[in-house]
Design a protein around this ligand. Sequence first.
Ligand code: PMP
Length: 333
Amino acid sequence: MKQIKNNFIESIGNTPLIKLKKASEITGCNIYGKAEYLNPGGSVKDRAALALIKDAQEKRLISEGGIVVEGTAGNTGIGLCLLGNSLGYKTIIVMNDNQTQEKKDTLKNIGADLRLVPPKPYKDDGNYVKVASRLAEELKNTNNNGVVWANQFDNIANAKGHYETTGPEIWDQTDGKVDAFICASGTGGTIGGVSKFLKEKNENIKIYLSDPTGSALYNHILNGELKAEGGSITEGIGSSRITKNFAEAKIDGAYSISDEESLPVLYDLIQNEGLSLGTSCGVNIAGAIRLGKEIGPGKTIITILCDRSDKYNSKMFNKSFLKEKNLPVPSWL
Ligand code: PMP
């Protein structure tokens, strides 16, 4: 197979589906993960970065030499910065200071102007998303090539990117024989865009949300109440509010997944299937297993493998950190 890509942008997407052996065996279903960690920036968020930049370009908000500002848990920032580097844009990233050192280092190493802020609730003016929005506004008149706030949470160009790429890819890769899709939501871009596309193709395809403990979305789906319980070491997923991208999603049901449930899934995948995946993947796959048990056997279920474990070494493989939180520790450490 000749596969030549001309640049960063062309390398985004068209990721394979990988069969998850144990998840499939214990449910009697075919559970596949879409290997989004193979994107050039290392995560599913390269797709969102591209969709948001395309939107800004189409609206003529930015040209070479311009600045992209964004509040992010890290992956969107990495995607935006690498993409920006390839197009001649500068990137300013606002991120909570409790995200892993690995993501902070990566952002600095690829040339992002990283501004760390203490975590604050969304309603607070100091919330990282609000800080990013204000910063873009303040810088507006300083650059003739445009200063853009990417606004991944509420600019539905994000979900549109998944509607136009991730959804159709899943449909084609399964020849339309897909029974269910499940993933967690951060901005809601992935679940918003994929669910919309798949439901338009076949309204019987079940769409489920896999929500980490500490997020309010599970209770919202179950009883319409935005209420959060517990917490999680996962990053980039969960929400206290309904973002515009999440509002695009067509959802049939939800599971609440704790770290105690998701981490063993990740450790088992490393040891027995050679897949070393990031924390949100544990929530996605644990959810897919619950869904397989509920609707299976014999069903085809797709989830998202968002990124690799190496961005979370200091949490996922940190014995004292895990023990302090009473979380399972990989048997080989
Ligand atoms: N997993 C990881 C590791 C992420 O960084 C994100 C994005 N914040 C997600 C999952 C969720 O994707 P989305 O924003 O499309 O809901």
